[in-house]
Design a protein around this ligand. Sequence first.
Ligand SMILES: Nc1ncnc2c1ncn2[C@@H]1O[C@H](COP(=O)(O)OP(=O)(O)O)[C@@H](O)[C@H]1O
Ligand SMILES: CC(=O)N[C@@H](CCC(=O)OP(=O)(O)O)C(=O)O
Length: 291
Amino acid sequence: MNRRSAMDKAAVLIEALPWLERFHDAIIVIKYGGNAMTEDHLRESFANDIVFLRLAGLRPVVVHGGGPQINAALEKFGIESHFTAGLRVTTPEAMDVVRMVLTGQVNREVVGLINSHGPYAVGMSGEDAHLFTARKLHAIVDGEPVDIGQVGEIVKVDAGAVHSLISDGRIPVISSVARGENGEIFNVNADTAAAALASELGAAKLIVLTDVEGLYADWPNSDEVIRELTAAELEELMPGLSSGMVPKMGACLHAVSNGVPQAHVLDGRVPHSLLLEVFTDEGVGTMVVPS
Ligand SMILES: Nc1ncnc2c1ncn2[C@@H]1O[C@H](COP(=O)(O)OP(=O)(O)O)[C@@H](O)[C@H]1O
Ligand SMILES: CC(=O)N[C@@H](CCC(=O)OP(=O)(O)O)C(=O)O
């Protein structure tokens, strides 16, 4: 290695020092979106990053989605599916598939990816140990409530089992299926679930990995990314947002309004965007902070 490239490498490492100090022991909730897990090399770099965070002394908790994977399974079973305000209209037969794919397939895959590095990840469903209790959610369209089936909003988080896993040095990997007070099963958007958990755990950050660079100011007309905004600024933008960005930015708003100091939307298609966000001075994507 020549002297110049050695200095460059050392500079990258040393830039991480203040962030390693600041986030030592901090809980970071990472929402891993289904769109960010479609390619093998990205899945591997995600697993590397999560294990890196853990070995660097942080305490990562993963909440995963699986929208595209659910779409593929529903199609295979010949079940129609559509979204209203970014949420899947969930019939009882679609709910069976959602649960099977999220908890039985995607959760297992994410756990397996991380555990290729060692016995870190333990999979859980939001149903386990009363982690998420939900109630029926109506989507709001043009100011009016619309019935979207078995979609839930989280009303209670019991993070006891998650705390136990973290204390044991494990990395909890959680699917966003929840139970109702009377044992019903609900499909909860994974961004929403991650935000509720981040608030309950007192996380230092919520990081949402998706398939865009961040929140575009004027989507789909321009790709100018909003780098930073306050909760109040985001609240003003919320009514103009569409599709998947509605629950995603709503989740960031919920997190920073409930004790999480920073929420980030990052491009999961960029390898190691997670490490760049946590350990570099500039950060990447869109950051939401309290007002
Ligand atoms: N203002 C916006 N900025 C960025 N993306 C937007 C915006 N409005 C809508 N979108 C759409 O939201 C999508 C991300 O949401 P979603 O598909 O639910 O992702 P994930 O599976 O990661 O949760 C983007 O791929 C983009 O098509
Ligand atoms: C109610 C609702 O929409 N639930 C989502 C749950 C999975 C999810 O959120 O996956 P992504 O993060 O990959 O979008 C769904 O059924 O697709």
